[in-house]
Design a protein around this ligand. Structure first.
Ligand code: PGA
Length: 255
């Protein structure tokens, strides 16, 4: 399985800034080789990004979606609306949605289902808080989040997923997980996927690490067989340094 590196811009960039970034990163497209690169701008920049990335090898993702396809949900955006803009992936259950917006496991399961029904590939985020890690409950928290989100999915649907292991305490703090701890969590995730869907299915699901990933540390994560890429926040906002991060990941798996 190849690497997939995702830029999660969160609430950053106007349409003009999006256009500048996309034009700039496309200049390095050939350097990314077999690494799949995915840009997740805010909703308001999806059309701009889609227009510029269209025809390139870079793909487009959204950061969230609503769990219904349409209805009286003021301010919300559905999976079918995202598909209409050429979006292929959608982040679901990011820790900022779980912990800042209060999304519970059941809601995240509904969003995973809605994404799949719309033809979007969900990037399902799981991960423990600092207190949960200190209490020794990392694996049980991850397992609970995974099983809740996978409930009712067939193996065909499971194969469309990407899983991002993102320890909450490592996100936006500059304090990345120890690569060996990320390896252990990602291997555990693979085991849960195997138990749920069998090894053939589990073998098709990329598992990423996320949390303070940058050019200087990406190699130490992706060199583990258990980790097939990264979900990158802060270090994805500048085209030249994000390009360098992607190239560093590529080099680490080649060597
Ligand atoms: P960070 O964010 O790279 O800024 O830590 C990662 C994420 O939230 O996906």
């Amino acid at each position: 399985m190849g690497l997939i590196i995702v830029a999660n811009w969160k609430m950053h960039k106007t349409t003009g800034e999006t256009a500048d970034f996309c034009r700039s990163i496309l200049k390095d497209e050939k350097q990314f080789g077999e690494v799949e690169v995915l840009i997740c701008p805010p909703y308001t920049s999806l059309t701009t990004a889609s227009g510029i990335l269209n025809g390139s090898t870079l793909n487009l993702g959204a950061q969230d979606l609503h769990w219904k396809q349409e209805g009286a949900f003021t301010g919300e955006i559905s999976g079918s609306m995202l598909r209409d803009l050429g979006v292929e992936y959608v982040i679901v259950g990011h820790s900022e949605r779980r912990h800042v917006m209060g999304e519970a496991n059941a809601r995240i399961r509904d969003k995973v289902k809605a994404a799949l029904e719309s033809g979007l590939k969900p990037i399902l985020c799981v991960g423990e808080t600092e207190a949960e890690r200190e209490a020794g409950s990392t694996n049980s928290v991850i397992k609970e989040q995974l099983l809740a989100a996978l409930e009712g999915l067939g193996t065909g649907e499971m194969k469309s997923l990407v899983i991002a292991y993102e320890p909450v305490w490592a996100i936006g703090t500059g304090k990345a997980a120890q690569p060996a701890d990320a390896d252990s969590a990602c291997s555990f995730i693979r085991q849960v996927l195997q138990d749920e869907g069998g090894s053939e299915t589990a073998g098709k699901i990329p598992i990423q690490y996320g949390g303070s990933v940058k050019e200087g540390n990406i190699g130490s994560f992706v060199e583990f067989d258990s980790i097939q890429g990264a979900l990158v926040g802060g270090a994805s906002l500048q085209a030249d340094s994000f390009s360098a991060l992607i190239q560093a990941a590529r080099k680490a798996v080649q060597s």
